[in-house]
Each structure stands twice: as C-alpha cells, then as structure tokens.
Design a protein around this ligand. Structure first.
Ligand code: GLU
Length: 298
C-alpha cells in the first residue's frame, strides 16, 4: 500500500468564469506552500453548482494555470462526476441520524434569521426536501497556519446546515469534505472568505470519521473600495500569453520580495526556483489591495 503523502495541497476553483486575480493569489499561495514543503499540489474542479457554471470555464482555468507554470500533480477531478461518493457519505449520515431531511421553507426560517435548529414547519410534503446535518451545541476551533486560532459555535452561527439541496444539488460543504479526504489532501490553503466554512467542514469530518487537514487561509484581494474583489477587478483578464505581470503582482501580494522571484522566461522553472525562497511568515494576515503596478500592467 502506498503511504499517505506527507504534504498534498490543492487548488479547487469553481468554474464560474475565467481565473481572476483573487483566484490567482489562491493558486499561487497554495502552490508555493506545497512546493516549499516538498509536497504535491492537485487541482480539483468544483462544478457541483451546475447552474452557476460557465461552459468552457474549467478548461480555460486549467489552461491559465498551465500558462502560469502551475500544473496539477494528480488527476484533475470534477465534482460533477463524483455524486456516488457524496451519496455514500450522505446515506451514512442519514443512517446514523446525523443528517435528516428537512422541508422547512425559507420564509418559515426567516423568524430565526435563516438559522435552522429544529424544524419549524412540516412543509409541503409534495416539495422535495433538503438534507441537513444535525449540528450539536458547542464551539469548534482550529489553529490556522496564517490566521491563528479561529473558533465558531456552528449551531449559533449557521445552524443545521444543508448537505443536499432541495433543488437537487450537492452542497459545497459535503462535496469538499468528501473530496479532500478521498484525494488524501493534507493541507488546505485557500482564501480567507472560507475561514468561517472550516468549522462546518471539521464537524462533518468528525461525523464521517475523516481526518482534518491542516489549514492556512490567505488574505483576500480587495478592490480599491476596500470591499472583496469587486466585479471590475474580477473582470481583469489574466492573460495566458503574458503571465508575468499578474504573477509578479500575486507574489508581491503574498508579501514576498521582488528579488526572490526571477521573473521573465518560462514561469514553471522560475516558480520552482522561487519556492525555495518563499516565506509564509511574510504573508500579510489582513486583506489588501493589489498594487497599482498590476492594474497598470493589465
Ligand atoms: N471552490 C471554492 C471556490 O472557488 C473553493 C473551495 C475550497 O478551496 O475549499 O471558492
């Protein structure tokens, strides 16, 4: 039997459009953390939310990653092909009583701020149910490699959360947990917008008897208005034919000095060289704005 990897990271984009600068930062940050540790980096396409998928976006994202010198070390899985695994996990949770079908309507839950703690409404039996995880009282905490200690009372903050959606789609929280475990992911490095999903995922890992990977949540790229990367920045094209301006800006955004990156030439070998100089201690913890050089270069 092959021993489990010491470090296997991943980048898991949703194919809702071309990669934007914020996703490039997540890709580069997760790639650097993996390489620096001598580890693997796998790409997974998170296409569970079919209605939000843009046709052709996944292939375009993979082409961009390749042009930027980052190729998956393992098979590129697509969540749309993995329903059997999610179903097996869900069936186990239903059988153990950890999950339950729910027909509460949004309007009935509005009285509790949308947070489900107990069914408030028998619902219309003709309507398809969602399936929720029964969330116990108590706080779930973890040590984030970049953000430090983070904890959440999941029951109070989000309540019994959805695993299978009433509209017939798998929920992100279930798919990501099943896939990370099935793919042997040991380190999850991603944007800080997912920090508050992590306690839910840890809870699910415990219920499913799966290991919890290490976590590092990268600062978010903010628009000039200080809000999460706005549409205008999201729309900035990441140019596959000229990767260096964006790569250099992403490197700087991660707090790394220009001198540590031999920009120019083929990105793949340059990134491999830079990985030995990549220092996670330099990654800023607060969210920020990409430097103006990047905006000018694009
Ligand atoms: N698919 C998610 C996204 O594109 C990322 C999920 C994750 O890294 O856990 O935002």
């Amino acid at each position: 039997m092959t021993p489990p990897p010491r470090y296997r990271g991943r980048f898991a984009p949703s194919p809702t459009g071309p990669l934007h600068f914020g996703s490039l930062v997540a890709a580069l940050g997760s790639w650097m953390m993996a390489r620096r540790a001598g580890g693997e980096w796998w790409v997974r396409i998170e296409d569970v939310d079919r209605p939000r998928e843009v046709p052709g976006a996944a292939d375009r994202q993979l082409n961009t990653l390749a042009a930027f010198g980052m190729a998956s070390d393992g098979p590129v899985l697509r969540q749309s092909q993995r329903g059997d695994l999610y179903q097996a996990a869900l069936s186990g949770l239903l059988a153990s009583g950890d999950a339950f079908p729910c027909r509460c309507s949004r309007s009935a839950l509005a009285a509790t701020g949308g947070i489900h703690r107990a069914c408030v409404d028998a619902g219309d039996p003709a309507r398809a149910p969602s399936v929720r995880l029964r969330v116990p009282d108590g706080v779930i905490g973890f040590e984030d490699e970049l953000q430090g200690h983070f904890e959440q009372d999941v029951g109070r903050a989000v309540g019994d959360f959805v695993l299978w959606r009433a509209d017939g789609l798998w929920a992100y929280q279930l798919a990501v947990v099943v896939d990370d475990a099935d793919q042997g992911i040991t380190h999850v490095v991603r944007g800080a917008d997912l920090l508050d999903s992590t306690p839910r995922q840890i809870l699910l890992q415990r219920r499913l008897g799966l290991p919890t990977p290490a976590h590092a949540h990268l600062p978010l790229v903010l628009g000039a208005d200080g809000r999460k990367l706005g549409k205008s920045l999201q729309a900035l094209p990441i140019d596959d034919d000229a990767p260096w301006p964006a790569l250099r800006a992403a490197w700087r955004f991660l707090g790394q000095p220009d001198a540590a990156l031999d920009a120019g030439g083929a990105p793949g070998p340059a990134l491999e060289r830079a990985a030995t100089r990549f220092d996670p201690a330099r990654i800023p913890v607060t969210d920020g704005n990409p430097d103006s050089g990047f905006a000018a270069a694009t």
